[in-house]
Write a protein that binds this ligand. Structure first.
Ligand code: FEO
Length: 399
């Protein structure tokens, strides 16, 4: 099997999942990878595992890098099943002397695999500031709670200046290439953005804290090996993805309005197109996303990449149109911050949807514009009012 050197004595030993298209409800249209890294030193350390069913591929890559040498240590940065599912099997095959993880990870492993399984592992609890000397290289551990689970941890290979942040800086991208500079950089950044929007957007404050912690600890980062997608190794690529995390987590967004809607008999659609025209008249970019035609993962990314978003829904049975309801459930969990938002839509004999959408967006603490609704089919006057709504939102975006 091909060997992939991330940097110095750090090697990629992951597995590629070309087929996955649904990752706990989040569309992964380009598949993913489950990355792990081997540090080949006087002591050999494996950082992270992989999903159940991918252990054999990972084991073959480990053997390809270290032959018959023992893997002395296993570091578990995160226990979600896409990284831990194959760990009991890998431990049986590799027989590491010790396992290193956070206290919360150990507690979770106990609940996931049971005492009968993990009772046989020699687990050392580590916390921020703890180190593990391998010979020429030192692993430095940094707890990363809620990035994105309570157990999450980053591992830094000090001498190689390599950060292994598990889900951090990852992308769901299956490719035969291992580095961002080997693929189309715009694709790598788009997938990093989609990943951040759908996994890390609720944790902007924790991302900001982690970036500050990296600064406080004085970590020099020459390469980042995330646990999904491609690694970042050119200085400009490391700077690009770290800069993007700083921006996304700060609540900043480009000058763009996203119109997220669905329609029953085209009235809410006509409203949407008129609003889009109003936004464009003010020279602001506008994205139009019909919920039942777009992946939720893509819509979440456009919320991340837009300073404003409006949600349009027809009323069905006195409530929100089902597809729009699904989007609202997703976005409420992702808790976007610092955005202008609003609700609009049409109804027949009795309304309901716009009021509900407005209330749900308002509850997120967003900067709301007044809700706008109309009965049956929009007249020319109504469409002009929609265009004015678009112009008003665009002016607020520019301000
Ligand atoms: Fe890639 Fe949180 O698992």
């Amino acid at each position: 099997m091909e060997r992939y050197q991330l940097k110095d004595e750090v090697w990629w030993v992951g597995a590629i999942d070309w087929d996955v298209r649904d990752f706990h409800g989040y569309e992964t249209l380009r598949g993913t990878t489950y990355n792990a890294y081997l540090v080949l030193d006087e002591k050999v350390a494996l950082v992270d595992g992989c999903r159940e069913g991918f252990g054999q591929e990972m084991l073959s890559r480990v053997r390809g890098c270290c032959g018959a040498r023992r893997v002395d240590y296993l570091v578990i940065n995160h226990v979600e099943p896409d990284h831990s599912g194959a760990i009991p099997w890998l431990i049986e095959q590799l027989g590491p002397e010790k396992v290193f993880c956070t206290k919360r990870a150990k507690d979770a492993l106990l609940l996931i695999f049971g005492e009968d399984c993990i009772g046989h592992w020699d687990i050392t609890i580590v916390a921020t500031g703890d180190e593990l000397r391998l010979g020429r290289n030192t692993l430095q551990f940094i707890e990363a709670p809620m990035l994105h689970w309570p157990d999450s941890m980053f591992t830094y290979v000090r001498e190689a200046k390599v950060l292994l942040p598990n889900d951090g800086f990852g992308q769901h991208l299956a490719t035969s290439k291992r580095f961002a500079d080997e693929v189309d950089m715009s694709v790598a950044m788009e997938e990093a953005s989609r990943y951040y929007a759908n996994i890390l957007m609720p944790f902007g404050a924790q991302v900001q804290k982690m970036l500050a912690k990296i600064g406080e600890l004085g970590l020099e980062i020459e390469a980042i090996g995330p646990s999904h997608g491609v690694a970042w190794r050119r200085p400009e690529d490391v700077a690009a993805v770290v800069g993007a995390y700083a921006r996304w987590s700060s609540g900043e967004a480009p000058e763009r309005v996203s119109l997220i809607y669905d329609t029953m008999w085209h009235s809410t659609e006509k409203m949407t197109m008129a609003i889009a025209d109003g936004v464009a008249q003010e020279g602001v970019a506008c994205s139009v996303l019909r919920v039942s035609r777009c992946a939720l993962a893509d819509i979440a990314r456009m919320v991340l990449e837009s300073r404003a978003f409006l949600v349009g829904s027809p009323t069905l049975n006195n409530g929100v149109y089902p597809a729009v309801g699904g989007f609202l459930t997703h976005i409420k969990g992702l808790r976007p911050q610092g955005r202008i938002a609003g609700a609009y839509g049409s109804y027949g004999w009795g309304g309901g949807a716009v009021k509900q959408v407005d209330a749900e967006l308002r509850a997120l603490g967003l900067d709301m514009v007044d809700p706008f609704e109309l009965k049956y089919v929009p007249s020319a006057t109504d469409l002009e009012a929609c265009a004015e709504l678009g112009r008003e939102v665009a002016r607020r975006v520019k301000a």
